[in-house]
Design a protein around this ligand. Structure first.
Ligand code: HEM
Length: 395
């Protein structure tokens, strides 16, 4: 049986490339106990079948204080207003609050609803690639990926054009958990109160008007919940989408035959999106959950009241599901079994939107920036930190 270091998951070497670790967890045939940096017991699950079971298991969830008398609610931010918003976030809730809140916004994120945004996103993508061509030397994060999700969310929520620079600044502070993040949360909350009041008076065809109407109609949503929802759209959608676009570009440029295939047939962009999600998805492990009782997975038992880390990266490279799992191949036929957007009640609300944004970007890049190349040696790229360090390109 494989031996595991007690906190191996957080070793710097494992952080640089976690896949050999997940392969060993899967091969060991059981969940593996680790101790997280805060000293908590943390069970890692890495097989596709078990991760799926864990994601939809009724006795695995977030609100442990409701199941284990005596356990306090999870620690939140020290500023009460920030803590209140955190506690109302969809991603931290179980049924029934989760179901009610998700039901209020899910209509705005269906495939059909987001398809309406395609021309608008296309226009944004055109501007970005044109500017990149003009500049020549660009960075994939700054010039091609970072501006996409924040502007799309602003459009969807209904942030008026003149307010968008402020919206982007708050978003950057909140999303990257900078020291000014809590202040940004408060200012953003006050701004949303004001915007909600304007939309209440004169509704428009946007998400904020819809939420305000619902809140007023049958008291389905309170003020903190509204702020928490809009803020979560930013937090959950920004870095993930940027990561997907940047890693897609990196993987194409380091697999020249696949980059050429895309340039010859830009309709392969959707396949590039899916294989990038499978091979190097933006979310390594879903936000940790708790077991509310002993939970028996196919690979073994996880005791009650422990933390569980369900690894999407482990699941998406499981050889029981994917042929040659460690090979990046945009032509593979088994790609749709990946679970990079999670599964079950928390399945990514923005999945259609993220797919649309990244597919449009890959199409435009293949058509308009066909000479694109890396200006650094790929071995010098720490693929795990592209976000912070950027990805320099010649457009
Ligand atoms: C949830 C991945 C983009 C909004 C999730 C989850 C994953 C995920 C794995 C499940 C978390 C869990 O089970 O605890 C991704 C990836 C993205 C992406 C890989 C981009 C490539 C977006 C975008 C938005 C968004 C663009 C919004 C505009 C959300 C929300 C949730 C969520 C609101 C919480 C849903 C719930 O708790 O019911 N996402 N996401 N995501 N995502 Fe995404």
């Amino acid at each position: 049986m494989a031996a595991f270091g007690i906190s191996e998951l957080w070793d710097p070497a494992v952080r640089r490339d976690p896949h050999p670790f997940y392969d060993r967890v899967r091969d060991s045939g059981r969940p593996v106990l680790q101790i997280d940096p805060a000293g908590n017991r943390f069970w890692v699950v890495a097989g596709h079948a078990d991760v799926l079971t864990g994601l939809r298991h009724p006795a695995i969830g977030h609100e442990i204080h409701r199941h284990c008398p005596g356990l306090p609610e999870p620690a939140r931010h020290s500023l009460p207003e920030v803590a209140r918003i955190e506690a109302r976030q969809l991603i931290n809730l179980d049924q029934p609050d989760h179901t009610r809140l998700r039901g209020l916004v899910s209509g705005g994120f269906t495939a059909r609803a987001v398809a309406r945004l395609e021309p608008w996103i296309g226009g944004l993508a055109d501007r970005l690639v044109t500017e990149a061509r003009r500049l020549g030397r660009v960075d994939a994060v700054t010039h091609l990926a970072d501006p996409v999700p924040v502007n799309v969310i602003a459009e969807l929520v209904g942030i008026p054009e003149p307010d968008r620079p402020r919206f982007r600044a708050w978003s950057a502070a909140i999303v990257s958990a900078r020291p000014d993040g809590p202040a940004a949360t408060l200012e953003f909350g006050a701004y949303l109160d004001e915007l909600a009041a304007r939309r209440r008076a004169v509704p428009e065809d946007d998400l904020i008007s819809e939420l305000v109407t619902r809140a007023d109609q049958d008291d389905q949503l309170d003020r903190d919940e509204l702020v928490a929802l809009v803020q979560l759209l930013l937090i959950a959608g920004q870095e993930t989408t940027v990561d997907l676009i940047v890693n897609g570009i990196r993987l194409l440029l380091t697999h020249p035959e696949q980059w050429q295939a895309l340039r010859e047939d830009p309709s392969l962009a959707a396949a590039v999106v899916e294989e990038t999600l499978r091979f190097r998805g933006p979310v390594e492990i879903v936000p940790p959950r708790f077991t509310f009782q002993d939970v028996e997975l196919a690979s073994g038992l996880i005791p009650a009241y422990d933390r569980v880390g369900l690894s999407l990266w482990g699941a998406n490279r499981d050889p029981a599901v994917f042929d040659r799992p460690h090979v990046f191949d945009i032509h593979r036929s088994d790609v749709r079994r990946h679970i990079a957007f999670g599964y079950g009640i928390h399945f990514c609300l923005g999945a259609h939107l993220a797919r649309l944004e990244s597919r449009i970007m890959f199409e435009r890049i293949a058509r308009e920036l066909s000479g694109l190349r890396l200006t650094v040696d790929p071995v010098d790229l720490d693929a795990f930190r592209l976000h912070q360090n950027g990805l320099p390109l010649q457009a």
